[in-house]
Design a binder for this molecule. Structure first.
Ligand code: GLN
Length: 474
């Protein structure tokens, strides 16, 4: 029996019924990694010895008759911008090539009973939509190895889709969990801003970043959310709001639910097969008793421009710390200025440097009001669009991406085209809302399609309920 392609909840049952051991399960996943990792390239670092030792400890616990938590002993992948004590955390950047954190990120620490298979590849500092911006290698989409898995959490997502981990953590600043989830045919959830602690998540754009689960089904998604959500004294932006038991949302029932279809998300530029698939999801919801309501989010067209001012501005500030002195790599120079210049020129990749330049430009005296401050004002208008819409509906349904997985190399020469990948996902981050991507079929070329459900602040539960209902009936 192959175990590497099962869900966490199936494996938990097998473990507690003593039909399999954690050691067997971990060995099965690791041997599958040996088989496919050459082709997929999901990982930057594989933690084989730790995984084997940790699995043994879980088996000993089971043998003692102790109860195990739902994700205990389950193999996972963690995006390489989430700090893991004693395990290299590179952000897929040369500047952090040898960075070994002295502490765990809170989200990972809450999952420490799971089995870490490795640190997953990503776009450098989470900047990108294809994982081609990794300083180490490009990750390949398990559904079609010539295509990208999406990004920036492409390694985490390819690991889950390709059988190299049962579930994964990613981070989502403008779509980096949902977009790759839709490209790889898995479930990806960005929680409400503040739901999951950012302590130990290497900062990209602090007002947008959020850690979330990448899983094979909605049930696993609820289990990971249960484990990682909640207030953390180490992150003052984490919310004190109570965390419900998300498994209570795993009921197939959308009767009376009001679901909005925003017209701005069904426009020219959205692949026709994706539009059809998402409209079919709306029909399905209607058949199941939900009410579909057409609505408008009028400031959607400004979301990409707004995001690509705010995110680079915050990134430029956050990345100032990589100066060859306090963190990471150093390239020597004749004096301190030359040393810093050499370090940053050599060790940051092209896209990271582009963002630093855009960000500093938008923040500089004389341009601050025209760009950065203006972007903040538009952000408020985008938030207000959602607040108005949620006066009428419980959820908003959209495509996750304008197109399916593209060929490796197809977009690298055109950063603006790459930025448009996030057109359906960035508004959600700008507004701080929760959003999920769920698979809803494949194209004529057999490439996965995903749809997005956006919820009210802190209402992950309703998203999960609708997602579960849809998953059961599709
Ligand atoms: N693709 C977007 C970017 O390049 C989003 C990245 C993310 O969510 N981390 O900024």
């Amino acid at each position: 029996m192959s175990l590497y392609d099962k869900t966490a909840h199936e494996l938990h049952e097998l473990l507690t019924a003593k039909k399999i051991s954690a050691a067997e399960l971990t060995a099965d996943v690791l041997s599958h990694v040996d088989e496919v990792e050459d082709k997929i390239g999901a990982y930057v670092t594989i933690t084989r010895d730790k995984a084997t030792a940790d699995a043994k400890a879980v088996d000993e616990k089971i043998a003692r008759g102790e109860k195990i938590a739902p994700l205990e002993g389950i193999p996972c992948a963690i995006k390489d911008n989430i700090c893991t004590k004693g395990i290299r955390t590179t952000c897929a950047s040369k500047i952090l090539e040898n960075f070994v954190p002295p502490y765990d990120a809170t989200a990972y620490q809450k999952l420490s009973a799971s089995i870490l298979i490795g640190k997953a590849n990503m776009d450098e500092f989470a900047m990108g939509s294809s994982t081609e911006n990794s300083a180490y290698h490009t990750t390949h989409n398990p559904h079609d190895l010539e295509r990208v898995p999406g990004g920036s959490s492409g390694g985490s997502t390819a690991a889950v889709a390709g059988g190299e981990a049962v579930f994964a953590l990613g981070s989502d600043t403008g779509g980096s969990i949902r977009q790759p989830a839709s490209f790889c045919g898995v479930v990806g959830f960005k929680p409400t801003y503040g739901r999951v602690s950012r302590y130990g998540l290497v900062a990209f754009a602090s007002s947008l970043d959020q850690i979330g689960p990448i899983t094979r089904d909605v049930t696993d998604c609820a289990l990971v959310l249960n484990a990682i959500c909640g207030h953390d004294d180490m992150d003052s932006t984490s919310t004190a709001a109570q965390v419900p038991d998300f498994t209570k949302s795993l009921v197939a029932d959308v009767k009376g639910l009001k679901i909005g279809l925003p017209k701005e998300y069904f426009v020219k530029g959205i692949d026709a097969e994706i539009e059809t698939a998402v409209r079919n999801v709306a029909k399905k919801f209607e058949q199941l008793g939900a009410e579909i309501i057409e609505l408008s989010l009028p400031h959607t067209e400004y979301a990409i421009a707004t995001y690509y001012l705010i995110a680079p501005a915050e990134a430029a500030t956050n990345l100032e710390r990589y100066d060859g002195v306090s963190y990471g790599a150093r390239v020597d120079g004749a004096d301190v200025v030359e040393m810093m210049t050499n370090t940053r020129t050599e060790k940051f990749g092209e896209e990271v440097k582009r963002r630093i330049m855009i960000g500093n430009y938008a923040l500089s005296a004389g341009y601050y009001d025209a760009y950065y401050l203006k972007a903040l004002k538009v952000r408020t208008l985008i938030q207000k669009d959602f607040t108005d819409a949620f006066g009428k509906v419980d959820l908003i349904l959209t495509p996750t991406t304008p197109n399916t997985a593209f060929k490796i190399g197809e977009m690298t020469s055109d950063p603006l085209k790459m930025y448009l990948q996030d057109i359906c996902t960035v508004p959600v981050n700008l507004a701080g809302l929760p959003g999920i991507s769920i698979p809803c079929g494949v194209t004529s070329q057999n490439l996965p399609i995903g749809f997005q459900l956006i919820g009210k602040p802190l209402d992950e539960a309703t998203i999960l309920k609708a997602a579960f209902t849809c998953e059961q009936s599709l």
